[in-house]
Design a binder for this molecule. Structure first.
Ligand code: ADP
Length: 241
């Protein structure tokens, strides 16, 4: 599923959070929205998700205009910074959740759900945790379960908002490599918000640098790091080079 953002604007009162953004995201790409705090990354992600609607502009998935569509119709999966796992449910139940709440007609059988959940737990290499509760897992493991849960409904687009933001540096580094490998396996179109240059560099196929609601530069990690488009991008990436 490709994503096309055309002339999108979003204000909160007088504050312009997203300022005339145009962006095309290719099918199967892992794109990082990178920029300082308050640059509009999360707002743009929420607009793609349908959790927020733009004041003007158009969002298309492939060629279909989905600007007015509700989040539940868009076929997107989410992973947020703070694990939104249900504490009172086991890992298995958490991953199965999106399938069990489907309308009866669309709901897979118990056996199908079990097969799928077990496969996803293998994919995130945590099949041994199925009967545990989230409190019995480490922060990194919980985020991997959150990812398995997001993938359970076979999203057309996977949206991740600072997914490793709450973890310590060592676990973050491990999860970056892990997410990259996972994406190479499943190839779902993914958009990933981060303020961490190294994270974007290591994980993404493509980096979109944002500042004050605008896109400053958009390219492969090599293009952005080797040829910063302007002084803002140069300064922002400064402590990596
Ligand atoms: P980033 O993800 O780059 O840190 P955000 O998209 O979260 O940036 O926020 C951009 C700006 O918009 C911030 O200054 C924030 O305060 C403001 N903002 C975001 N959401 C809302 C909201 N629901 N109401 C008012 N202001 C908001």
């Amino acid at each position: 599923m490709s994503i096309h953002i055309e002339g999108v604007n979003k204000r909160f009162g007088d504050f312009v959070a997203v300022d005339n953004v145009n962006l095309d995201i290719k099918t199967g790409e892992l794109t990082a929205l990178l920029g300082p705090s308050g640059s509009g990354k999360t707002t743009l992600l929420r607009i793609i998700a349908g959790l927020e609607h733009p004041d003007s502009g158009v969002i298309r998935f492939n060629s279909e205009d989905i600007t007015g569509q509700h989040v539940s119709e868009r076929g997107v999966g989410f992973v947020f910074q703070h694990y939104a796992l249900f504490k009172h449910m086991t890992v298995f139940e958490n991953v199965a959740y999106g399938l069990t709440v489907k309308p009866k007609k669309l709901r897979p059988s118990k056996a199908e759900i079990a097969k799928k959940v077990n496969k996803l737990l293998e994919l995130v290499q945590l099949d041994w945790t199925a009967d545990r509760y989230p409190s019995q897992l480490s922060g990194g493991q919980r985020q991997r379960i959150a990812l398995a849960r997001a993938l359970a409904v076979e999203p057309k687009v996977l949206l991740l908002d600072e997914p490793f933001g709450a973890l310590d540096a060592k676990v973050r580094a491990e999860l970056r490599r892990w997410l990259r490998r996972l994406h190479d396996e499943i190839h779902v179109t993914s958009v990933f918000v981060t303020h961490d240059q190294e994270e974007a560099l290591e994980v993404a196929d493509r980096i979109v640098v944002m500042n004050k609601g605008r896109i400053e530069q958009d390219g492969t990690p090599e293009q952005v790091y080797d040829n910063p488009a302007n002084p803002f991008v140069y300064e922002f990436l400064g402590n990596v080079n």
